[in-house]
Design a protein around this ligand. Structure first.
Ligand code: SF4
Ligand code: SF4
Length: 130
């Protein structure tokens, strides 16, 4: 759930307000959004992804964090490098490497699965050349 809007970092661009699919934010004083309906947050991270200045933190929890949680405190979250960290990890933002280039997945077996008993081996893969 959305937990932190850093008024110090926010440049009042409204991107998070527009990106949020469930209308969690209201525009606050000076254009800094306020979390007006946290219970509607779907933990989709879109606000954090779109924030150009890493001013938001969405905690990886489906319920609001309890009072006293360090993940509700901006100094702790910023100090741990977590403000805007989702955006950073997906590679959005100038100078960042797109997350898809860093994604780790299973090795693809280019030869394909072994043919079933009694069947002829498969021909060359589509697009293969001599
Ligand atoms: S995580 Fe998604 S639902 Fe929650 S405030 Fe951000 S954009 Fe809205
Ligand atoms: S996207 Fe970031 S900078 Fe823009 S209004 Fe929201 S918190 Fe502020």
């Amino acid at each position: 759930m959305i937990e932190i809007v850093s008024a110090e970092r926010c440049v009042a661009c409204d991107k998070c307000v527009l990106a949020c699919p469930t209308n969690v934010f209201d525009r606050g004083p000076g254009g800094v959004p306020v979390v007006a309906r946290q219970e509607d947050c779907q933990t989709c991270y879109m606000c954090e992804a779109y924030c150009p200045v890493d001013a938001l933190f969405v905690a990886p929890h489906t319920h609001p964090l309890p009072a006293g949680s360090p993940l509700r405190e901006e100094p702790e979250v910023a100090g741990a490098g977590l403000l805007g960290s989702y955006r950073e990890r997906i590679g959005w933002g100038r100078g960042r490497v797109p997350g898809a280039r860093l994604a780790v997945g299973p090795d693809l077996d280019r030869a394909g699965p072994a043919p079933a008993a009694g069947r002829a081996p498969a021909g060359p893969a589509r697009g293969a050349r001599d």
